[in-house]
Design a protein around this ligand. Structure first.
Ligand code: THU
Length: 161
C-alpha cells in the first residue's frame, strides 16, 4: 500500500479591494445576480458571474422549481449560458456569492459537486484554468486557481475511451 496525498493551494483575501478592479467588478456582478435569484423554496439566493477573456461578463443565479430536482444552481445557469452563447471564448474566472433570507452565515458558499463537474468540462475543453472566486457575506474572498483543484480525481471524457 502506498499512501498518496492531494495538495490544494488556494488563497484568502480579507477584502475584495486586494483584488484587481476587473475581479472586483466580477464579484459585484455576482452580488447583483444573487439578488435576482428565483429561490422561493429554499430562500437561499446564489449568484454567479462568469468572466470571459474578452472582458464580457455572464450572470447566473439559482432557478428553483416546485419539482425540486428540476431547478438549477447559479453556477450552472451562468456557465451553461456562457457555453451556449460564447462557445469559442475562453472563460477566465467565475465569482460566486450567496445569502439566505432565513439565516446569516459568514462562510462563503462553495459550488456543489455537480457544478464542479460542469465547470470542469469547460476548463478541460478550453485547456486553460478557470479561477473560482468565492465571496463571503463578511466580504472575505477565497480564490481557487482552477476548477480541477476543487474536484480531485475527477471523471473526464478520456475515461470514456
Ligand atoms: N445552490 C446554488 O445555486 N449553488 C451552490 O453552489 C449551492 C446550492 C442553490 C440550489 C438551490 O436552489 C439552493 O441553492 C439550495 O440548495
Amino acid at each position: 500500500m502506498e499512501p498518496l496525498h492531494i495538495h490544494l493551494a488556494f488563497e484568502r483575501y480579507a477584502s475584495a479591494e486586494e483584488l484587481s478592479p476587473q475581479i472586483q467588478l466580477l464579484l459585484q456582478s455576482s452580488i447583483e445576480a444573487m439578488h435576482r435569484a428565483y429561490a422561493p423554496y429554499s430562500n437561499f439566493h446564489v449568484g454567479a458571474a462568469v468572466l470571459l477573456e474578452d472582458g464580457r461578463t455572464i450572470q447566473g443565479n439559482n432557478q428553483e422549481n416546485a419539482a425540486y430536482p428540476s431547478g438549477l444552481c447559479a453556477e450552472r445557469v451562468a456557465i451553461f449560458a456562457a457555453g451556449a452563447n460564447f462557445p469559442g471564448i475562453v472563460i477566465t474566472a467565475i465569482a460566486i456569492t450567496a445569502s439566505s433570507a432565513t439565516f446569516t452565515s459568514g462562510d462563503p458558499v462553495t459550488p456543489c459537486g455537480s457544478c464542479r463537474q460542469s465547470m470542469l468540462e469547460y476548463e478541460l475543453k478550453q485547456n486553460a484554468p478557470i479561477a473560482v472566486y468565492l465571496l463571503s457575506p463578511s466580504g472575505q474572498v477565497i480564490r481557487i486557481p482552477s476548477v480541477s483543484q476543487l474536484l480531485p480525481l475527477y471523471f473526464e471524457s478520456k475515461n470514456l475511451r
